[in-house]
Write a protein that binds this ligand. Sequence first.
Ligand code: ATP
Ligand code: MG
Length: 243
Amino acid sequence: ARIENGKIELNEKILDLQTQFNETVDMFQIDMDKKNITFNHSIDIIDNMVEADSLRTKQIVLNLIGNALKYTREGGTIWFEIKQKDPAVNGFANYEIRIKDTGIGMSEEFQKHLFDLFERENRSSVTGVQGTGLGLAITKRLVELMNGEVSCNSTLGKGTEFICSVRLKVANSDYVEEDNEDIDLSMLEGKKVLLVEDNDLNREIAKSILEDVGMQVEEATDGTIAVELLGSKKGNKYEKTEA
Ligand code: ATP
Ligand code: MG
């Protein structure tokens, strides 16, 4: 009801598709193993960072994989794929999410009502699978809220495939690339730098970036140590540059 009243707004932030993909795979792996289902997954994208609503994109994928898992018998196979269809143009790229299973499939007749509220195929209750028939109705509305489309191919007794196509804004990739091209980093080569950072991981990352451009890195884990190091060298050791 909240979607229909226009009360759900997308909260678009920078989203790391690869990370969300990995988290989703991890989340389902145990249940797939329990049902002895082979879970194949692949991600093939160029632009990983996009601007999208992470909660809603996750909800779409969870509904579809959740269904695949519910309506596939023991020993079946499920595929989960994310693919970028083409390189970004004007900051936008088309992505396709496919979720395919070798489950019970759906009749042609039922497929006409598939995305309606509270629709469930009779056989689902026969197989004893619980549900309210809301998952797909919500999924379709969320995909449409993102100006995307969702379609379904299904054959009774054979399996089902859902395909969601969404167009997403790529996060800043243009000027990240330009930045790298514009700055001449050769002036940093061989220079000494004092890196002050208390977080171990951040320090390690920063060190490796600085070393990549040829700098000699000394590390300080807090301000006191940094000041001591500066004092001991009378401030002469670390050179000032314009970069
Ligand atoms: P819930 O609201 O908990 O998601 P649900 O799974 O029954 O309940 P939907 O996700 O909307 O509801 O799915 C509607 C119906 O479509 C299901 O009851 C089932 O009959 C059919 N269906 C959906 N996905 C599949 C699938 N992968 N294979 C076979 N049937 C499916
Ligand atoms: Mg469902």
